[in-house]
Write a protein that binds this ligand. Structure first.
Ligand code: NAD
Length: 477
């Protein structure tokens, strides 16, 4: 059992002002794996004050020096990546091989992509030939509050902290109270990398405490938040009083449109993507729309693939999915599975209750519903568990209408061998990201949504610009 009540403030591990214990539960066993403390206003104030004091010097630090500091974080990762993977695995239930192969490596992936964008970045440039004495300068916005979720914890920390540091901002990170351990290891990386005191700070806490305190703090210039749409709305309202910039990465309900001419592997790929991380990904392709001639065959393939996916402890090596993060999430997913049955969808794989052979741990059966119709609860709402809804359609127009009739717009997917149709679909679908035929976005492209999925653009050059203010200067000599 790990006990880590301290916070990383002003370059030092610091005892909480008033310790308030919070158990971190290992979802594989339902046993506590750690005790941390939740911060209060005094801790938040101390971290923000440290970041505020450190800002002028860090903002004035030459970009090459900031870059070198970030490269040293990468060196720390290389030396300690196993510790990071193990922390992620026990606290949020990602099986150890998944934590090693997918979760922890998000840090080097994003970090190196940000360095590429950073190296090409122009901090000051002329407006254009029509206004030769006008320059546009980019400057760090100030102290930023970074609030992250538990589902891909290092992914979101890397997507926020690395560009903030490169941009010249100082920051206070509040990771999810469900997954604080990997964030504390990341703070050790920053310390050992020689990030100057006050530039990076970490305070553990919950949304109502440290989260809300950062959001309303007058000395915090910006909140970058990833999490639920519910919390995103609360943060937007709370931040209005200080008019700080708010960047939101929120929920999703991805449509994966499979045309009858799609390649044979498209359905299998879609099911595996849906079940990855036990369905706890904001960009999960949770609605599979299949064109009618291919529908029955697709349902049979999806059921067979879901039944073949093994469920197991996050502590065990191997290619299986782990538990979901906590009891609340497990109960919520069970409620959705029951709703699917009650509203008349056809259960073809998985279903309610623990998988066979389990009597503890927050495990969910990989579940597939066929004959889902637009408007059913499992078609509309984000489930955040390994539950796939399959919906038949006839025409391209109908597929676009079903896909777009969602409050969310994060990632949609298209499977077809007809290139012209794929391109038409990509332009017609309302989402921040489109992925076609199993191809991912190129390195350095942003991650971000529209509608209730938020408005941030994280990654690459966009991810750095989020932390900058633009300044227009006339009369440049
Ligand atoms: P959550 O909203 O409950 O919590 C996220 C973080 O916000 C946590 O650190 C939490 O303590 C904090 N928080 C909660 N309420 C707050 C408030 N009122 N003020 C300030 N901070 C607050 O979300 P979660 O359960 O941790 O994560 C799951 C959700 O995150 C899903 O909806 C998922 O789709 C979304 N998500 C989105 C993306 C994306 O990039 N679009 C990525 C991952 C997860």
């Amino acid at each position: 059992m790990i006990t880590r009540r301290d916070f990383y403030i002003n370059g030092r591990w610091t005892a909480p002002a008033a310790p308030r214990d919070c158990a971190v539960i290992d979802p594989s066993t339902e046993e506590p794996c750690a005790v941390i403390s939740l911060g209060d206003q005094a801790d938040t104030d101390a971290a923000v004050a440290a970041a505020k004091a450190a800002f002028p010097a860090w903002a004035a630090t030459p970009p090459a020096t900031r870059r070198a500091a970030v490269v040293r974080i990468l060196e720390q990762y290389e030396a300690r990546k196993e510790d990071l993977a193990r922390a992620i695995s026990i606290e949020m239930g990602s099986p150890i091989d998944h934590a090693r192969g997918s979760q922890a490596p998000c840090l080097p992936w994003h970090l190196t992509n940000f360095l590429t964008a950073f190296d090409a970045f122009e901090w000051i440039k002329p407006l254009g030939p029509h206004a030769p004495d006008t320059m546009i300068a980019q400057e760090p916005i100030g102290v930023v509050g970074l609030i992250t979720p538990w589902n891909w914890p290092m992914n979101q920390i890397a997507l926020k902290v690395i560009p903030a540091l490169l941009a010249g901002c100082t920051c206070v990170l509040k990771p999810s109270e469900e997954s604080p351990l990997n964030a504390m290891i990341f703070a050790e990386f920053c310390h050992d990398a020689g990030i100057p005191p006050g530039v990076f700070n970490l305070v553990n806490g919950d949304g109502a405490g440290v989260g809300a305190q950062l959001t309303t703090h007058p000395d915090v210039a910006m909140i970058s938040f990833t999490g639920s749409t519910r919390a995103g709305k609360a943060i937007s309202k709370a931040a209005a009083e200080t008019l700080k910039r708010v960047m939101l990465e929120l929920g999703g309900k991805g449509a994966n449109v499979v045309f009858a001419d799609a390649d044979d592997k498209a359905v299998e790929r879609g099911v595996r993507h849906m079940m990855d991380n036990s369905g706890q990904s904001c960009n999960a392709p949770s609605r599979m729309l299949v064109q009618r001639p291919a529908y029955d065959r697709a349902v049979a393939i999806a059921a067979q693939v879901a039944q073949s996916i093994q469920v197991g402890s996050a502590h065990d090596e191997g290619d299986h999915i782990g538990p979901v993060v906590n009891k609340r999430q497990w109960d919520q997913i069970q409620g959705y599975i029951q709703k699917g049955i009650d509203e008349g969808a056809r259960l073809v794989a998985g279903g309610p209750g623990l998988p066979e052979g389990f009597n503890r741990g927050f495990y969910v059966k990989p579940t597939v519903f066929a004959d889902v119709t637009p408007g059913m609860t499992i078609e509309k709402e984000e489930i955040f568990g390994p539950v796939l809804a399959m919906i038949p359609f006839d025409t391209e127009e109908e597929a676009v209408a079903i896909a777009n009739d969602s409050p969310y717009g994060l990632t949609h997917y298209v499977q077809t061998q007809d290139g012209a149709r794929a391109n038409r679909m990509a332009l017609a679908l309302k989402a921040g990201m489109i992925q076609m035929n199993g191809r991912s976005r190129g390195a350095g492209a942003f991650f971000g949504g529209v509608k209730m999925s938020g408005r941030a653009r994280e990654g690459g050059v966009w991810g750095i610009e989020e932390f900058l203010e633009s300044k227009a200067i006339g009369g440049w000599a």
